[in-house]
Design a binder for this molecule. Structure first.
Ligand code: NDP
Length: 293
């Protein structure tokens, strides 16, 4: 059996297209343009690339993009001052602080200073709590993208055995909450899990967010399972060039899975698409308008 490849690039283009259509209607009918503020502190090269891509795609979807680049030595007070101003700015519907922050800044304090309704990354403690208690929340972009692809592949997820490998606050835990909300039977595995392969082989849905290249092999996969590989590991090849690999050994896993996301071209593109979708949702909520479906 060869797995169906879940095309995250095409899926993300579709999500971005729907967001852009909705944004165009908001402008025409309500005279509203969603605005996303992205704050980058310091000059981490990977963060620079992410921020540039986010800005480009925000503008391509018809939204306003506000970039705030601050020097690495920015103080906590200065950063919190900027967040206060963005919280109060009616043209800003979403605020994203690019992580990681320089080590002298307290990430949790900074994230929790963002107004929860503008927290389009869904990392604010109040959004995490709302998600865990079944209330309307801003949902973290990467797990939201995974959920969309799972629903598209499987239809209803109710009753499926789902295993999430990884328990981070930004991927593993919210992913498990979303699967639980869709009535899966959820297991969360992590570095202390015993006999990971047996745990994974019970999964109809396997979501892997670990950050270990090809940790999950074909032996971990139940025949016909849907496998979502969140991992993004940059490896240097013999010729000195780098390549991106996931947490799942794609070739062997594809022989057993029913459907699988590739790396690159799977979960990655969905993350920014969901950021745009969250910014649109935040705009609609701020103005009491119906939310996108
Ligand atoms: P973290 O490092 O925060 O968490 C990794 C998790 O994996 C931890 O819960 C850890 O367990 C668990 N883990 C580590 N080793 C093992 C092991 N041998 N067996 C089982 N579990 C293990 O990572 P993130 O959640 O932030 O990211 C995970 C991956 O996803 C990374 O490759 C990252 O680059 C990628 N990512 C991709 C995104 C995208 O847009 N595609 C977005 C975000 C992340 P423990 O808690 O016990 O330490």
């Amino acid at each position: 059996m060869t797995a169906k490849i879940i095309d995250g690039k095409a899926f993300a283009a579709n999500v971005r297209g729907r967001v852009a259509d909705h944004v165009a209607r908001l402008k025409e009918v309500n005279g509203l343009t969603p605005g996303l503020a992205v704050v980058l502190v310091g000059a981490d090269p990977a963060s620079e690339v992410y921020v540039r891509n986010k800005g480009k795609q925000t503008v391509a979807a018809g939204m306003n993009s506000y970039k705030h680049r601050l020097p690495a030595e920015t103080t906590q007070t200065e950063l919190l001052g900027l967040i206060d101003r963005l919280n109060a700015d009616p043209d800003v519907h979403g605020i994203l602080v690019q992580l990681p922050l320089p080590t002298h800044l307290d990430e949790a304090l900074v994230i929790n200073a963002i107004a929860p309704q503008k927290d389009v990354d869904g990392f604010h403690i109040s959004n995490a709590g709302k998600l865990a208690t079944g209330q309307k929340a801003m949902v973290p972009c990467t797990p939201l993208g995974c959920l969309m692809m799972l629903r598209d592949t499987l239809g209803s997820l109710a009753g499926k055995n789902a295993v999430v490998v990884g328990r981070s606050n930004i991927v593993g835990k919210p992913m498990a909450q979303l699967l639980l909300r869709d009535s899966c039977t959820v297991t969360i595995a992590h570095s202390r899990t015993q006999d990971l392969a047996t745990v994974c082989r019970n999964a109809d849905i396997l979501v892997v967010a670990v950050g270990r290249p090809e940790l999950i092999t074909g032996d971990h996969i139940k025949q016909g399972a849907v496998v979502i590989d969140v991992g993004m590991n940059r490896l240097t090849r013999d010729d000195g060039k780098t390549k991106l690999v996931g947490d799942v050994e794609f070739a062997r896993a594809s022989e057993r899975a029913g459907a699988i996301t590739p790396v690159p071209g799977g979960v990655g593109p969905m993350t920014i698409a969901c950021l745009l979708a969250n910014t649109l949702t935040a705009t609609c909520r701020a103005h009491g308008l119906p939310e996108p479906g």
